[in-house]
Design a protein around this ligand. Sequence first.
Ligand SMILES: [Zn+2]
Length: 491
Amino acid sequence: MGALLCALLGIGCYTSAQSQIERPRLVVGIVVDQMRWDYLYTYYDQWCQGGFRRLLDEGFSFENTIIDYVPTVTAAGHASIYTGTTPAVHGIAGNNFLLHGQPTSSVRDTTVQGVGTTESVGMRSPRNLLATTLGDQLKLGTDFRARVVGVAVKDRAAILPAGHGADGAYWFDDTSQQFITSTYYKSELPQWVRQFNEKNHELLTGGIKYSWRGAKATMQLATAAIEGEQLGQDDVTDLLAISISSTDAAAHYYGLHVPRVDSIYCELDRQLADFFSMLDKKVGNGRYLVFLAADHGGTYTEEHMEEHRIATGSWNPAQAFKDVNAELEKRFGVKQLLKEEMEFSFYLDHDSIAAHGLDRDLVAAEAVRLLSQPDEVQWVVDFAHFDRTVLPAELRERLIKGYHLNRSGELFIVPSIGVYARYSHKSGANHGTWSQSDSHIPFVLMGWGVKHGATMRHTGMVDITPTICSMLHIQAPNGSIGHPATEITDK
Ligand SMILES: [Zn+2]
């Protein structure tokens, strides 16, 4: 379009390869679900040479990257990484939230159908995401010549990173046991995805969600996407957004750093080594840019911490919801004054409060008092009167950045440090709080335009995409509040 514009204006444009803006052929985002920053070093001695080790040995590591908001959960993490902003702005207030008063998952969209499935997991799109993403900006910055694809086992982990303008996002359907998409993107599965599903039948039907098979399947699908979508094959920068979901599912079930989870990281490491050497051949070493990050970290189980006499505890949001509603009913004579519980976020039933002529502030104050009672809860914030809660400045900021006015619950629980949400005694690790365990994530860049090094300077999850946009000389996403990392961008 630039050349065309010049021609129309009668201006001579020099459009040889040398005069073009220098950009990598491909950007690859690798977001590992629940990968704490310290996992880079927990497994360091076991990493093979070409995978995570290559990222650390060749790349630049931002060793002190912190999630800028709470709650530290998957959908919010993927959205924040790729939009450079937080739930307050991009609207993905949690994995689930209320939208126009109704519960929804972050990527649920009843106006679309599944492609490759008839199950409801196909009714998905990025429509609930309010801000533009890295992929959207790449599209806008290249007159839509860039190709953008997202792959993951989890729906939200494929869809939110790929953004609104993506050519495709592919996620796994447990019922048909294959990778699918929705009519938001396409009316039928592309040939390369169909072929992948057929060729990998054995791998995909072996139960991939909680196993190393999930990491392998996702990386293999990412490899197929390079060929299938011709990513990184010309001078227009493409984006491949890969998210590894099994690491989170397995840790929720079995706990942190247990053999089942370790085996997924080992498989992922091997897969990354193969993937990078494939990119070296197909795209060219030094012609692609990779970043590694995580949507959140994770907290060790109560049993594990207790065994080692480390202060810990758990708190059951569903039980609190039930108990507090029962107490509110005794006081106000009305059932279910708390409408929904979304882990740390509690919603008042405004219709019921109004219909019964109750005072909203009186009900909220009583709910806050009741929710605050257990030792496991440190603060309960009523966002309608945020100033009434005395909070450390850092935590205030994170709470405000994580709160979406129309979508988040107005009562928010901050558990005591070391305490995590646990719905059943059987469950393993969890996350969602502001603690270092949950909020300290890896951020490593490698490849095109990246010198080897590391910094302990504080960076935020929201700095990831603005840094990449600066390197590519494209505008950061519209809601971005992050800052480019000058260690990379300053020449
Ligand atoms: Zn999780």
